[in-house]
Design a binder for this molecule. Structure first.
Ligand SMILES: [Zn+2]
Length: 268
């Protein structure tokens, strides 16, 4: 059956002399894989539409009970060219693709995830700074789409709204429940990695960190480039999100992009 669907290109690999095998995240079918015959020949009819990070329209012969389909046509909607013009912006973009690839299964439709991918990549493409923030905002929203929405607003113990407060009122975030505890219900910070006792996974969160993480989770993606924060706040927030995502998505323990982030980009 010949079907048409919008896609984000996740990755591609060479196949035989002139072809490519390309993995997409599609709006209609979730993650799908196809073979693009002649994509590496002089007569490549696909142009840049099969490059990773591209937003494209795919026409594919889709066969039931097959993992690999035959790509008929692929046209670029937006190649998101600026994503690859700057190393930090590209790293953030690739980390988004890598995570989406790792947490999804073959041909399981999730249109909300597709729309989130398009939105985060297009806003990151236009952004001028805070590139890493887009990746972390994506991670929090992805967790919510998979049923692990964190709660940064109300205390999980007494139910009160947690105010942004002053610097004295530090709150804690419980990795396991994904919720904050107010300064009155404050728990002493536990081990940073949730080793033998997972209930001990409390992380301190400063007032600035709480404000930043609320923005990452709730603000329009297009306004992320306007955020201002210091290195300490960025690092604290990053660590919390990293542990939270790792706790819920076992698959991501060895993401290449995470290692790159830690080695090369010290703050957002
Ligand atoms: Zn409380």
């Amino acid at each position: 059956m010949l079907v048409k669907t919008e896609v984000i290109v996740l990755r591609s690999m060479k196949y035989r002399d002139t072809s490519k095998i390309v993995t997409f995240y599609s709006k209609e079918y979730g993650k799908i894989k196809g073979i693009a015959k002649g994509a590496r020949s002089a007569k490549n009819k696909f142009g840049s539409a099969l490059e990773p990070l591209s937003h494209s329209m795919l026409l594919v012969y889709k066969k039931e009970h097959r993992d690999l389909h035959l790509i008929s046509q692929c046209d670029s909607i937006n190649p998101f060219k600026k994503l690859t013009e700057n190393l930090d912006r590209m790293t953030a973009a690739l980390s988004i693709l890598e995570l989406a690839d790792h947490v999804t299964h073959h041909e399981e439709k999730n249109s909300a995830l597709f729309l989130l991918l398009v939105e985060v990549l297009s806003t990151l493409n236009e952004s001028t700074r805070n590139f890493k923030a887009y990746s972390y905002a994506f991670q929090l929203r992805l967790a919510a789409l998979f049923g692990y929405a964190p709660n940064f607003e109300t205390c999980s113990r007494c139910g009160k709204n947690v105010p942004a407060g002053n610097n004295e009122n530090q709150v804690t975030f419980q990795i396991t429940s994904g919720a904050v505890l107010c300064s009155e219900c404050h728990e002493p910070p536990g081990p940073r990695e949730y080793g033998s006792d997972r209930n001990l996974a409390f992380m301190p969160l400063s007032v600035q960190g709480l404000q930043l993480i609320r923005c990452l989770f709730g603000t329009q993606l297009s306004s992320l480039e306007n955020l201002n924060y210091d290195a300490h706040t960025g690092n604290e927030t990053e660590e919390l999100i990293r542990l939270y995502i790792k706790y819920h998505f076992d698959e991501i323990k060895s993401l290449k992009s995470e290692k790159y982030f830690q080695q090369h980009v010290s703050i957002f």
